[in-house]
Design a protein around this ligand. Structure first.
Ligand SMILES: *Cc1c(COP(=O)(O)O)cnc(C)c1O
Length: 429
């Protein structure tokens, strides 16, 4: 069934029938890993505050706001009819400092972890030291002897490129054909080397990995398999837990939380889902959103083949206006972790991306990029698909939906140049 809908490029809701919660995890990861990542980011906070002055006010903690968006709920209801019942919130990773996208979480984390390893190994710092030291000339001199490489559709490259250059590393970003010109220009302005490919994301990763492996001073950030990236993303869940508490938003047996995450290779939405499941268990319900032309995670889950199948294998192009989600093959590591945890996936056509984006702008005066606007598909289609009713019944949630909270995870936007924003706002398909 799901395979047929995927092949036909239909919009639909895929329910994950293997969902059974954390007890079903077959990969050896847990809360300790998230806490370790969180502690590392705290150690680096004084360094981050120094190197990225825009984070100084938050004492070097890179975090985004969680904001109620009641006007957007009204606007969506007016445009589409009944939407997800309960409170609608926006998680504004679109406005994260440094990288302007969700990639500021995983990407920067892995670069810092690598810098820490080198600095410890070379005796530049010792456990317990103040990490501000790593912003001094001696440390930069050391880091300049090392290279970081990464393959990207755009935003991961931005995050790794800007962070690595700020730390002092040499950095090469391998960009797939989907990557937007302004992202390449912005990176070059930071002194990052950008190599462009006429092929898709998988090719950019493959070439980047090969070049990096040939160079002993080079470290490859592997979006398809990296546990570090994944844990950097997972820290978001700890922080969200605190924000929900501060805003007195309950998540428990009577107050379910639904989270809608746009998905590319799976690392960002997967890390966050893993973290949220560790914190809220069965009370949180995470759904991914993917373009109908590049539904790699849905395909990997529905077929059970994870990274052993590409959207091209079933005749899909992989081409989408959602450049951050233009991935044909999901991460195998993330797919396996998601098997017992993910509630399901919505696939969607590109046209609605721009409509949701415009509605958020007109109702709440918040601009997010089209890939990020995908998150609203879950809110809009909540009452439309009979599969969702099945899901609510299965989880005994039907009479609790007035108490529900829904978080649309806005994954990027603030770095989009004004003229490109205008172009997006005009786009109708
Ligand atoms: C990268 C990205 C995603 C998805 O993250 P993955 O780790 O590739 O799944 C979603 N939205 C935006 C804007 C992104 O840049």
């Amino acid at each position: 069934m799901a395979m047929e809908k995927l092949k036909r490029g239909e919009e639909f809701l895929y329910l994950n029938d293997k969902e059974c919660g954390l007890t079903g995890l077959t990969v050896d990861i847990g809360m300790e890993d998230i806490k370790e990542a969180s502690a590392r980011l705290s150690r680096f906070a004084p360094f981050i505050a120094k190197v990225f002055p825009e984070t100084a006010a938050a004492a070097g903690i890179i975090e985004s706001e969680l904001m109620a968006i009641p006007e957007m709920k009204v606007a969506l209801t007016n445009a589409y009819g009944e939407v997800a019942p309960g409170t609608l919130l926006l998680k504004m990773d679109s406005h994260l400092p440094i990288a302007g996208s969700i990639k500021a979480r995983g990407g920067i984390y892995e670069v810092l972890k690598h810098a820490e390893e080198i600095a410890l190994e070379r005796g530049l710092i010792h456990p317990g030291d103040h990490y501000e030291k790593l912003a001094e000339a001696e440390a930069r001199e050391l880091f300049s002897k090392y290279k970081i490489q990464v393959g990207s559709t755009g935003n991961l490259g931005l995050s790794i490129g800007i962070a690595s250059a700020a730390v002092g590393f040499k950095v090469i970003v391998h960009m797939s054909a989907d990557a937007r010109q302004w992202k390449k220009d912005l990176l070059r302005s930071h002194g990052v080397e950008v190599i462009e490919y006429q092929d898709d994301y998988s090719k950019a990763v493959e070439e980047g990995r090969k070049l990096s492996d040939e160079d002993p001073t080079s470290y490859f950030i592997d979006d398809e398999n990296s546990k570090d990236l994944f844990m950097g993303y997972a820290v978001a869940a700890l922080r969200l837990g605190t924000q929900l508490e501060e805003q007195k938003i309950k998540v428990d047996g009577e107050h379910p939380l639904f989270v809608y995450l746009p998905c590319g290779v799976g690392g960002a939405p997967g890390g966050i889902t893993f973290g949220l499941k560790e914190i809220f268990g069965e009370h949180v319900h995470c759904f991914f959103i993917e373009p109908i032309a590049a539904p790699c995670m849905t395909l990997g889950m529905a077929s059970g083949l994870h990274n052993e199948i590409s959207v091209k294998d079933i005749g899909l192009s992989g081409q989408t206006h959602a450049d951050g989600l233009a991935v044909g093959r999901a991460s195998g590591f993330v797919g396996k972790v998601m098997e017992p945890l993910l509630a399901g996936c919505f696939t969607m056509a590109d046209g609605s991306l721009y409509d949701y984006m415009r509605l958020l702008l007109s109702s709440e005066e918040v601009f997010i990029e089209p890939s990020a606007a995908a998150s609203f598909e879950g809110v809009v289609k909540f009452c439309k698909y009979p599969e969702m009713k099945t899901y609510l019944q299965k989880h005994n949630l039907e009479d609790k939906m007035d108490n529900a909270s829904h978080i649309a995870w806005a994954t990027g936007g603030v770095l989009v140049p004004a003229e490109i924003q205008e172009e997006y706002i005009r786009t109708k398909i």
